[in-house]
Design a protein around this ligand. Structure first.
Ligand code: NAD
Ligand code: UDP
Length: 339
């Protein structure tokens, strides 16, 4: 009697194995980690990125893989010909740092509207699931703390942050309505402040600024008095949450918060970066930007319940990994001055 060789348990196999996945913004900070993880899970990955805030260096190590391809493309334009039929589209394309999204606010707003529409049309054509990287910024300067998904937010529609905050709010509406009207499966992740390796030195967000400043022996720039809070999620934890959300068969189109509920003041973060780098850099204060949210912390009850997800990396540990990678990259370009 022929006894078939047991095949590896399907349960052990990633739901993305052999799936054809598009990652827009894949050369950026989060996108590059997403591409790497999807390849590890056996997916075929097409990365679309206009390299506005992304770096080719972030994906250089992936390019030798036959299951990876990079195409320089702006999602505001119709998708280029010759792409495969996608099973999943992860839309991460959008400048995310206030410095960068405010540089060309019209481009940012269009990326969140016209760009998203182009991807929805493609998802409809291919029968793909579209996952949108939305943001905690849709809660604005929140009046409720911590922020659950049910909170409608406190957002200025005519301020310097509006192109991003309102852009991402519009994107959520468009995606949800398009999904309902045309039967496109969609997922919306509301991502809270995330940090880690591959952030650009000039990204402008607080973790990368402080780490670069500490490693270069320059003053750490605290905006305002440093009492404002954020909750920082390590990028690997975020990617795990995004993949679980996309793979979930039971999650509907309702948004899901993904972030680390550990809350720190910006002043506390500065101290932690100094102690983790061993830097003797001083602290300096700079004016607080307009509409800078005072407090931010995710309520992740929903993510825990429907995805069984919670971040595993404490800030102290994630910072050490980030500092290591920044140190290596910086050492290639200039001599460092630390204690
Ligand atoms: P990032 O700036 O490092 O990456 C964004 C990527 O998108 C870059 O590679 C950029 O070149 C690309 N891009 C921008 N506009 C594009 C366009 N029109 N067409 C094609 N490519 C375009 O930012 P990130 O931190 O990696 O953020 C990724 C996504 O996650 C963004 O959508 C952002 O809004 C969202 N998000 C991030 C955070 C965070 O803390 N990192 C928090 C909330 C939401
Ligand atoms: N921030 C700071 N110094 C910096 C960069 C940012 O004090 O060099 C502050 C900023 O004003 C905000 C917080 O750190 O209160 C987080 O800023 P970031 O730009 O990282 O993200 P976001 O404001 O979008 O949450």
């Amino acid at each position: 009697m022929h006894i078939p060789t047991p095949t590896p348990s399907k349960a052990a196999r990633s739901p993305f194995h052999n799936k054809v996945v598009c990652v827009t913004g894949g050369a950026g900070f989060v996108g590059s980690h997403m591409c790497r993880r999807l390849l590890k899970d056996g997916a075929h990955v097409t990365c679309l990125d206009n390299l506005d805030t992304g770096r080719h260096g972030n994906i250089a190590a992936l390019e030798a893989r036959t299951s990876f391809s990079f195409i320089q493309h702006d999602i505001n334009d119709p998708l280029p010909p010759g792409l495969p039929e996608f099973d999943y589209i992860f839309n991460l394309a959008c400048p995310a740092s206030p410095v960068h999204y405010q540089r060309d606010p019209v481009f940012t707003a269009l990326t969140c509207s016209r760009g998203v529409f182009n991807l929805l049309e493609r998802a409809h054509r291919d029968g793909a699931l579209l996952l949108q990287a939305s943001t905690s910024e849709i809660y604005g300067d929140p009046l409720i703390h911590p922020q659950p998904e049910s909170y409608w937010g406190n957002v200025n529609s005519c301020g310097t942050r509006s192109c991003y905050d309102e852009g991402k709010r519009f994107a959520e509406t468009l995606i949800r309505d398009f999904g309902t009207r045309y039967g496109v499966p969609i997922r919306i992740a509301r991502i809270f402040n995330t940090y880690g390796p591959h952030m650009q030195f000039d990204d402008g967000r607080v973790v990368s600024n402080f780490v670069v400043q500490a490693l270069k022996g320059q003053p750490l720039t605290i905006y305002g008095d440093g009492s404002q809070t954020r909750s920082f999620c390590y990028v690997d934890d975020l990617v795990e949450g995004l993949l679980r959300l996309a793979a979930s068969r039971t999650t509907g189109p309702d948004p899901v918060n993904l972030g680390n509920p550990e809350e720190f003041t910006v002043g506390e973060l500065a101290e932690l970066v100094l102690s983790s780098t061993g830097s003797l850099s001083p602290l300096v204060h700079r004016p607080l930007p307009q509409d800078d949210p005072k407090r931010r912390r995710p309520d992740i009850t929903r993510a825990k319940k429907i995805l069984g997800w919670a971040p595993a990396t404490p800030l102290s540990a994630g910072l050490l990994q980030t500092i290591d990678e920044f140190r290596q990259r910086l050492e290639l370009s200039l001599p460092l001055r630390t204690a």
